[in-house]
Design a protein around this ligand. Structure first.
Ligand SMILES: Nc1ncnc2c1ncn2[C@@H]1O[C@H](COP(=O)(O)OP(=O)(O)O)[C@@H](O)[C@H]1O
Ligand SMILES: [Mg+2]
Length: 341
């Protein structure tokens, strides 16, 4: 069973969405529907599965339907047609109390504009979700402090948001989402408002946190590099249609159409592909020469170890955080992963 299952979701915005459904199902495009009926197609027959513990990135140009999709997951939006199952449960079947409980415990959200309370301290902001869960102040502060440390903000717990930089404010947002211990985290353009260097730091931090936490993360972005860095799988939306779902390597190597091709054209592969993405699993590599191995972490990007591998002509042994061997990348595979088109 997938953690999140989205089956044939349509979302049409306008006065009479149901009456427009036949036209959309007959294949009318978003532009045609808008011109002829004044309705906007938000999502057009989107189906996808998101597995427990993965980071699923939903990517597409502005207006392609990314926010509409993510808002279906916590039922900020109801679909015109189709179903959403989370842990096998149809979210449309929840009564109001179940829905509140579901939003408080199962999912947390990180917003693009941080969404912090200006008059609450960092500690109070981070503990907010726990307050909603009815936890005591003592417990809130204890968990909040843990999460503040996890995002590298110790010492700032009694500051107010406007005393912090944008990057730090988003760390507070991230800590707040982590504090409720929900198993699903929704992040809608969470890093898009940050300067490039800070953004890159936040991506790295999320990858580090996720390698321990293994939450199910649905991350939205219009930035291909970001989606390739973060995503175990990436779904690409164009005008409400899901045009491709795949691993970062699938997307780069086999773009499904011209829209995806235009995205991947200029990508720097070494910057966005992680060791684990191109490794061959340990149990399938009997033939590999293990005399000259360099250990690399599964979550390292190719650019971080490429020079060493090229200089020493070594093969890579890919290990996890605890040093267990997960797989291997031969020198040859490494080089061809960078040049194949
Ligand atoms: N509440 C709404 N009412 C009418 N149209 C909407 C509404 N929300 C989104 N849309 C339209 O649906 C499409 C997808 O929007 P959105 O999901 O916000 O895109 P993205 O997040 O990818 O930028 C856009 O054409 C947008 O104008
Ligand atoms: Mg959006």
């Amino acid at each position: 069973m997938s953690k999140i299952e989205i089956n044939n979701i349509y979302k049409i915005f306008g006065n009479k969405p149901d009456s427009i459904m036949p036209m959309v199902q007959d294949g009318a495009t978003k532009d045609e529907v808008l011109e002829q009926t004044g309705h906007t197609v938000g999502l057009d027959n989107v189906s996808l599965n998101i597995e427990e513990g993965e980071t699923f990135v939903c990517m597409g140009l502005s207006g392609s339907g990314k926010s509409t999709l993510i808002r279906h997951l916590n039922r900020l939006i109801d679909p015109t047609a189709g179903e959403i199952l989370i842990d096998g449960e149809n979210v449309m079947s929840f009564n109001p109390e179940q829905l509140i409980d579901f939003r408080r415990h199962k999912m947390s959200m990180v917003f693009q504009r941080f969404g912090l309370f200006p008059h609450k301290t960092v500690m109070q902001n981070v503990g907010y979700g726990l307050e909603m869960q009815g936890k005591s102040e003592e417990e809130r502060d204890k968990v909040a402090m843990e999460k503040i440390e996890a995002v590298g903000l110790n010492g700032f717990e009694n500051q107010f948001p406007n005393q912090l930089s944008g990057g730090m404010q988003q760390r507070v947002g991230l800590a707040r989402a982590l504090a409720t211990n929900s198993d699903i985290m929704l992040m809608d353009e969470a890093f898009s408002a940050l300067d490039p260097l800070i953004r890159s730091d936040m991506q790295k931090q999320l990858i580090d946190l996720q390698s321990e936490l293994k939450k199910t993360i649905v991350f939205i972005t219009h930035d291909l590099d970001e989606s390739l860095r973060l995503g175990d799988h990436i779904g690409i939306l164009n005008a409400g249609k899901l045009v491709q779902v795949g691993t970062p390597v699938d997307i780069i190597m086999n773009p499904a159409d011209d829209y995806v091709k235009a995205f991947v054209k200029d990508v720097n592969r070494a910057k966005v592909i992680k060791a684990k993405i191109i490794m061959t699993n340990a149990n399938e590599t009997n033939g590999i020469d293990k005399s000259n191995l360099v250990k690399v972490n599964e979550d390292q990007f190719i650019e971080e170890f490429l020079p060493q591998i090229v200089c020493t002509n070594a093969n890579c042994e890919v290990v996890d955080k605890s040093g267990n061997t997960k797989g291997y990348i031969t020198n040859k595979e490494l080089q061809s992963s960078l040049t194949k088109s």
